[in-house]
Design a protein around this ligand. Structure first.
Ligand code: 9D3
Length: 250
């Protein structure tokens, strides 16, 4: 079982991962465990203070190194007591490295335990990062109000890739398309279900033909056309030029 410990001011938010859908089922079936820890439990004072004003002045508050360190040390002890080897400590941070699917795929095959730390406020005392954090991860260049939703996105993406988390048909579909395109992905083909005609628009004939080879061919072309139109960057070669007929068209 892959274990994820999360340090956060809002542990209840992680019910979204543990209770619903594919990730909920994976947790139920003990493929994954998500343990959310309340950072305030590791505060020093009766007011449960975990943040303070920034040295040097400026707006906002900074999360103190002390409570974060206490929390991470306690989490590591719990992981060890449960029989896990040491795993990486990841800080969710807008200045971290950007996560993509190829990284998620590697994570899903990686260590059996992880510690994810979620920040709030303007930031985290650098000494905690220097002393306790192995990597900083970001979802991309937009501003969230804290690391929790970013951590949940990572958890969702990793847990659904754990062996056995998806039903067999789903994982087979995934497998055949995970290697296309430089970033490990091209877009989906357009999907249709009943009725055959909706608001005057018909389902493409080929999908009703029952001709499996022609359907597969249509889907491949439609996926490539959608990618070219909506996300040409996914087809670009490392040189930055669009790929005229490389990997993704094979
Ligand atoms: C004014 C400087 N801000 C940095 C962009 C301060 C700041 C804003 C928001 C500091 C922390 C946050 C909270 N965001 C996260 O913790 C976060 C995040 C994000 O905002 N975007 C994308 N990925 C992530 S991972 C964690």
């Amino acid at each position: 079982m892959t274990r994820f410990d999360v340090v956060t001011l809002f542990p209840e938010m992680f019910d979204a991962v543990t209770r619903f859908g594919i990730t909920g089922r994976a947790c139920e079936r003990k493929l994954a465990a998500v343990v959310a820890h309340q950072l305030r439990d590791y505060a020093y004072d009766t007011y449960k203070t975990i943040d303070d004003r920034p040295y040097g002045g400026g707006p906002g508050m900074v999360m103190m190194a002390g409570p974060l360190t206490e929390a991470v040390v306690a989490v590591k002890a719990q992981q060890q007591a449960a029989g896990y080897g040491p795993g990486p400590v990841i800080l969710m941070s807008p200045s971290g490295q950007r996560i993509d699917q190829s990284m998620i795929d590697r994570l899903a095959q990686g260590p059996a335990c992880w510690t994810l730390v979620c920040g709030r406020y303007e930031g985290v005392d650098q000494r905690f990062i220097d002393q306790q954090v192995d990597e900083c991860w970001s979802l991309g260049d937009f501003v969230l109000s804290g690391g929790e939703i970013a951590a949940m996105a990572i958890l969702d993406a990793v847990i659904r890739k754990l062996p056995g988390a998806l039903g067999e048909p789903e994982s087979a579909i995934q497998e055949s398309f995970s290697q296309q395109g430089p970033g490990g992905g091209i877009l989906d083909w357009p999907h249709y279900t009943r009725p055959e005609v909706f608001a005057g628009e018909a389902v493409p004939d080929v999908l009703l033909s029952g001709h499996h080879e022609r359907i597969a061919d249509w889907r491949k072309r439609a996926a490539l056309a959608a990618t070219q139109k909506l996300r040409p960057d996914l087809l670009a070669t490392p040189s930055g030029k669009p790929d005229p007929g490389g990997k993704a068209s094979t």
